[in-house]
Design a binder for this molecule. Structure first.
Ligand code: ZN
Ligand code: ZN
Length: 233
């Protein structure tokens, strides 16, 4: 006899056929990486942003109040999403669940879209992971994002940057402590050249990005621009 219970496995198999995966944002079955609700709930940074640090601002500005006196190694930083809600879920799905499909389908196109149209880069460089972290995780999420962005803007990836000194987890540290923590932590193999696009998953105070950018400049890069999938403010 057909009952609701006896049909459940068939309905579930049918759902698998039409909705083969779960939404990265809410884990409900979806026909794509994000359900429509989560797509609409993407915490977009929007415009205008500070031309320098990429923070959302009320008006177009070359340097906002927060970054005016700060000495960054990079020329500009951009991110399409805020690190909250669905934005945070996307980073977690990649970083902790190894869900690499989010890069090509979602993260890289979002990131490429916040770069100025027609902007050319000589190299796309991922923020490196220390080898012990790399061993534990098995991959560097920044490198996967860098490959996705490089493909989207048709530029070469360069894994020239590496970690020479292990740093503490930045989460508990103040802005000044973060800068001291990452000072001299990176080095370049060989030389860097031209305009470099530095890629990371999350931009917080800019300490890591800044230290990486300064290292690239010392190694010969002309200028460094930074892009991350999310930013914390
Ligand atoms: Zn969803
Ligand atoms: Zn700013």
């Amino acid at each position: 006899m057909l009952t609701a219970e006896s049909l459940t496995p068939y309905l579930s198999a049918l759902a698998d056929l039409f909705f083969p995966q779960r939404c990265v944002g809410c884990e409900r079955r979806a026909s794509d990486l994000l359900c429509l609700g989560c797509f609409e709930a993407l915490p977009r940074v929007g415009r205008p942003v500070c031309a320098r640090c990429g923070a959302p601002t009320a008006f177009e500005t070359k340097a906002c109040d927060t970054c005016k006196g700060v000495d960054f190694g990079f020329e500009s930083a951009r991110a399409p999403l805020r690190y909250e809600g669905v934005g945070e879920e996307i980073v977690h799905s990649l970083k902790y669940r190894g869900y690499t499909r989010v890069v090509g389908r979602l993260a890289a196109p979002l990131m490429a879209a916040v770069l100025d149209r027609g902007e050319r880069f000589d190299a796309v460089v991922p923020v490196p992971l220390h080898r012990s972290r790399l061993r534990r995780r098995g991959f560097n999420q920044a490198e996967l994002l860098a490959r996705g962005v490089a493909a989207a803007i048709n530029a070469p990836v360069s894994d020239t940057l590496h970690v020479v000194r292990k740093t503490r987890d930045q989460v508990e540290l103040s802005a000044a402590e973060r800068r001291a923590n990452v000072e001299g932590a990176y080095a370049v193999r060989g030389v860097a050249r031209g305009r470099v696009l530095l890629v990371d998953d999350v931009f917080t105070t800019g300490a890591t990005t800044s230290s990486c950018a300064a290292t690239l400049l010392r190694a010969g890069a002309d200028e460094v621009h930074a892009i991350s999938l999310c930013r914390t403010c």
